[in-house]
Ligand binder design. Structure first.
Ligand code: BES
Ligand code: MN
Ligand code: ZN
Length: 480
């Protein structure tokens, strides 16, 4: 796809005119409309009216509502842009947009909404007709040269970040027989090859046993597929002496283990969304290097059942030596993350650790499908993440790391239990368990149990894997 900034309209397949609710069009928009009247169009957010015209430079004109101008945000513009995606067909590949206001952030958000929404998982379609049509040219009509140049720069970055979001969705939507730990590790290696500032190491089971990654090995021991631990590293003129470590849960299929899940099993291919998110962030870093030292860790395994699987009551020893009684084999995410976090502390002494994980179904009960949960031991880190999430239009909400709840991770016969039935605050308990391994290092945990998968499509997010948190983490790194 090509994005261009122009001052005049050239031949296109579709001209898009976004309008505020109840406002008359600005002169350039009015000229394109040629004084046609559309009394039914009110400009309500994402409202659409298509006008067809013969032998014109724009054979179609689409009016899109932006809602009331006094309530506009990048979010409303992004959603309106997303609603445009549903209009795209084979015959529409060259799109021109005339925004009602030449504001860099708003116009960029509109284009971003379109690109984010225009996605479908189609790696396994054999029928080509079911594939989405690619946008060839996206032109924006902007009169102010300075704004036009700045907008172009921003849009180039948006193309890169959106491509990463799409790549993450592809990985998460892929079924587990097409996205095993080994295949995920291969993807990570391909990403690392794209930049000389990136390196990737992958540890298999033999090494992991020697390294004493007892939890990760334990979770994966019931599966035929080999467990892998992915270590990505970005280093370029780093201004930070201690690295920032990003960790992502990579359970390529979560059957629950011996505590087998009773429902929603097909969706449990999504349980590596955290790991995919880390790969997505490094894909962006392979194109936009930042003066930072960043480590990405992805412990990857399948949580299966069978005679080799870890059993309820078994005791595992984590990388840092902590012993853990497996009270429930379905609480496997915290186990693989515990090893990764301990590995980060011991080998990198990081300035901060952020983990992203589809850790609990309780996150859905607490916050639904649109808001990710945040649990953290550090105010500065919380603040930075909340800011990044807001800028990315990806909602996160903090849950407290309550001291009384924290006590409940203590084990009866081992150091810790991986699950305690008496505390109903599942998402907080997941966080409390992880916090044990952070050893006071600034740390934040983002639970995407609800937000990584869209059961229904959203204005700017298609059904299925959402790719959320890639853009939040990217913005966080940019501001670090
Ligand atoms: N991957 C799941 C979390 C999950 C389940 C997310 C369903 C979205 C929908 C995780 O491994 C899990 O099974 N968590 C358990 C934890 C419990 C046993 C403490 C859960 O949430 O039920
Ligand atoms: Mn589970
Ligand atoms: Zn899981």
């Amino acid at each position: 796809m090509k994005i261009s900034i122009q001052t005049r309209i050239t031949k296109n397949d579709l001209l898009v005119l976004p309008f505020y609710e109840g406002k008359s069009p600005k002169p350039t928009q009015d000229e394109a409309l040629q004084n046609q009247h559309h009394p039914d169009f009110e400009g309500k957010l994402s409202e659409q009216v298509m006008i067809y015209q013969k032998d014109k430079i724009s054979p179609r004109i689409l009016l899109i509502g932006l809602g009331p101008q006094d309530k506009e945000t990048t979010e409303t513009w992004r959603r309106a842009g997303g609603s445009l995606a549903t209009q795209l067909k084979k015959s529409i590949q060259n799109i021109t947009i005339i925004p009602p206001k030449e504001n860099i952030e708003f116009v960029a958000a509109f284009a971003e909404g379109l690109l984010l929404k225009h996605y479908q998982y189609e790696e396994v379609f054999t029928d080509k007709k079911r594939k989405l049509t690619k946008i060839q040219n996206l032109s924006l009509i902007i009169q102010d040269k300075k704004i036009g140049n700045a907008l172009k720069k921003q849009l180039d970055e948006i193309i890169t970040t959106t491509e990463a979001v799409h790549a993450v969705r592809d990985m998460v939507n892929a079924p587990s027989n097409k996205m095993s730990p080994s295949l995920l590790a291969k993807k990570a290696q391909e990403i690392a090859k794209k930049s000389r500032h990136l390196t990737c190491k992958v540890y298999g089971e033999t090494r992991l046993k020697k390294m004493k990654m007892g939890c990760l090995i334990g979770v994966g021991q019931g599966a035929q597929e080999e467990t892998k631990f992915i270590v990505l590293e970005h280093k370029y003129k780093s201004k930070n002496k201690k690295p920032i470590v990003l960790v992502g849960k990579g359970i390529c299929f979560d059957a629950g283990g011996i505590n087998i899940k009773m429902r929603e099993l097909p969706e449990m291919k999504f349980d590596m969304a955290g790991a995919a998110t880390i790969l997505g962030v490094f894909q962006i870093l392979s194109k936009y290097k930042l003066p930072l030292h960043v480590i990405g860790l992805a412990p990857c395994a399948e949580n299966m059942l069978g005679s080799k699987a870890v059993k309820p009551g078994d005791i595992l020893t984590a990388y840092d030596g902590t012993t853990i009684e497996i009270k429930n084999t379905d609480a496997e995410g915290r186990l693989v993350l515990a090893d990764a976090i301990a590995y980060a502390i011991k080998n990198y002494k990081p300035s901060s650790i952020i983990d992203v994980a589809t850790l609990t179904g309780a996150a859905i009960t607490a916050l639904g499908y649109d808001i990710s949960a945040l649990v953290s031991n550090n105010n500065d880190l919380k603040k930075a993440l909340k800011g990044a999430a807001q800028a990315a239009d990806e909602k996160i909400w903090e849950l407290p790391l309550d001291a009384d709840y924290k006590d409940k991770i203590k084990g009866q016969i081992a150091d810790l239990d991986n699950y305690s039935a008496e505390v109903s605050a599942g998402t907080i308990m997941g966080g409390a368990f992880l916090e044990h391994f952070t050893k006071q290092t600034p740390w934040a945990h983002i639970d995407m149990g609800g937000s990584a998968w869209a059961k229904e499509e959203k204005p700017h997010i298609p059904k299925g894997a959402t790719g959320r948190m890639v853009r939040t983490l990217w913005k966080f790194l940019k501001n670090s």
